[in-house]
Design a protein around this ligand. Structure first.
Ligand SMILES: *Cc1c(COP(=O)(O)O)cnc(C)c1O
Length: 457
């Protein structure tokens, strides 16, 4: 096509997808089911309904329906900040002097500052529809908690957030945004739960972890009348909601006849990447088209590249279902990295299965090289990216530089999941030359594996 490609490809409001796409429907070998940690049997809808609300349980277990309607109320909320643009990174291409074409899907243009709002509003909506009073959750870096607070405020739901203690202390502004939206924010571990008290007694000085905050939030949800727990990543339902990212991206690129050669995304629990690649992976699974798909993870928490594909606990308290995933073990404690949203020890079961089948690749990158890419991107493209998102920027730049050497005009699409305004302490460390690259030793990883279930599943 000779049509000039604009800097930003926008869709119109009525081009917001009306259905989410469920990637599992097109997988011949499905992701392994969640297991009950006590019986080691696949979890039933009834068991899951104690923790999650009903319609979300149906979505979680549905591996056959390819397209699921997005309720009108959710689409109306999406209209406040969607469709999000696909941006042609002309300035970055020029700066790198590469023949590659670089595109990114920008999910940072809402107050929560990330893609997480796409699933937060869906989960809050189904909770409200079920007549619940409120929801509980955990947050590490704070993006998910912020997104859920916004969605809960919009729908008039109570929202209790367990925030990993070190983030609670280091990111007071995130905490205040959540409180402004009406959420109760408790530093985790706390003495408000049994599991929190147990962890505090065992490790008095602990600054918390995501796995521990999950245990607390689940305990509160299951022991409080009218409450359910919601999770911002990892689960199939979250990938389903996030497919709105990929569906929009594909629709925008199709308008100009652009077919990406490779699709790159950062991977924490895998939700933005799973969402971005959804319609492309659909074509790949159906043998209609081929794409290179690359997950980028931090070298400090390398679940894909150094993890095991096995059943593992999702939380420190070991009360959540067992999931088969690429994992470093629930007892793995990642070093204090500045990409808090990428610090989960496992990877969502759907992407784990696709990775195991060889349908996608993964690379691990070091923190300082990520901030180098983030800084370059901010200076030439204008946007201040989130540290998590900058993992994808790093690899997009590396691939564009390879094209410079080979002269190939590859088309690169990556997910820019959010903005970095709440991560300025991390930028400060980088600017002051005080940022390190911690990579776990094989021994550290062995230690994490030692915490995995002792059964052969
Ligand atoms: C949470 C988060 C991520 C990582 O989560 P996924 O579930 O892997 O997408 C990436 N980027 C930002 C900005 C986040 O907030």
């Amino acid at each position: 096509m000779s049509q000039e490609i604009p800097y930003k490809i926008y869709l119109s409001e009525d081009e917001i997808p009306t259905q989410w796409y469920n990637l599992r429907a097109d997988m011949k070998k499905k992701p392994a089911p969640l297991l009950n940690p006590a019986t080691l049997k696949p979890l039933t809808a009834e068991e899951l309904s104690v923790v999650f609300c009903k319609e979300l349980v149906e979505q979680e277990l549905d591996e056959n329906t390819p397209f699921i309607d997005i309720p009108k109320e959710i689409r109306d909320f999406y209209k406040m900040y969607r469709p999000s643009p696909v941006v042609r990174a002309y300035c970055l291409e020029k700066y790198l002097d590469t023949p590659a074409e670089i595109y990114y899907k920008f999910e940072g243009n809402n107050t929560s500052g990330s893609h997480k709002l796409n699933s937060a509003i869906a989960q809050a909506y189904y909770a409200k529809k079920q007549g619940l009073k409120g929801v509980t959750t955990e947050t590490g870096a704070g993006q998910w908690g912020t997104a859920l607070s916004m969605a809960s405020a919009y729908l008039g739901l109570d929202c209790k957030v367990y925030m990993v203690k070190c983030s609670y202390e280091q990111k007071p502004f995130r905490r205040e945004v959540m409180r402004t939206y009406g959420a109760t924010v408790t530093p985790s571990p706390s003495n408000t739960t049994e599991i929190g008290r147990k962890i505090l007694a065992e490790f008095p000085g602990t600054t918390g972890s995501l796995g521990c905050a999950i245990s607390e939030a689940v305990e509160v949800a299951t022991s409080t009348e009218g409450y359910r727990y919601v999770l911002g990543s990892v689960l199939n339902q979250v990938l389903l909601h996030q497919s709105v990212i990929g569906l929009e991206a594909k629709a925008a690129l199709d308008k100009y006849g652009i077919k990406p050669d490779m699709i790159i995304g950062c991977a924490g629990g895998g939700s933005n990447l799973g969402g971005l690649i959804a319609p492309f992976m659909r074509e790949k699974l159906r043998g209609e088209n081929d794409y290179r798909i690359i997950a980028v993870e931090p070298a400090s928490c390398p679940s894909f590249t150094r993890g095991k594909y096995a059943y593992d606990f999702c939380d420190t308290g070991k009360i959540c279902p067992l999931a088969k995933m690429y994992t470093l073990g629930s007892g793995f404690i990642p070093s204090a990295s500045h990409a808090g949203g990428l610090r989960f020890h496992g990877m969502c079961p759907t992407l784990s299965e696709l990775y195991d089948q060889g349908m996608m690749e993964a690379v691990a990158v070091e923190q300082t090289s990520v901030f180098e890419a983030a800084t370059m991107f901010a200076r030439v493209e204008g946007l201040l990216p989130a540290p998590e998102s900058s993992h994808a920027i790093r690899v997009a730049i590396d691939e564009a530089l390879k094209c410079k050497q080979t002269g190939e005009k590859k088309k690169i699409l990556f997910g820019l999941t959010g903005t970095g305004y709440f991560d300025l302490v991390a930028y400060q460390k980088y600017n002051d030359g005080e940022m390190g690259d911690y990579i776990p030793t094989d021994e550290d990883i062995q230690k994490g594996w030692a915490s995995m279930p002792k059964v052969d599943l």
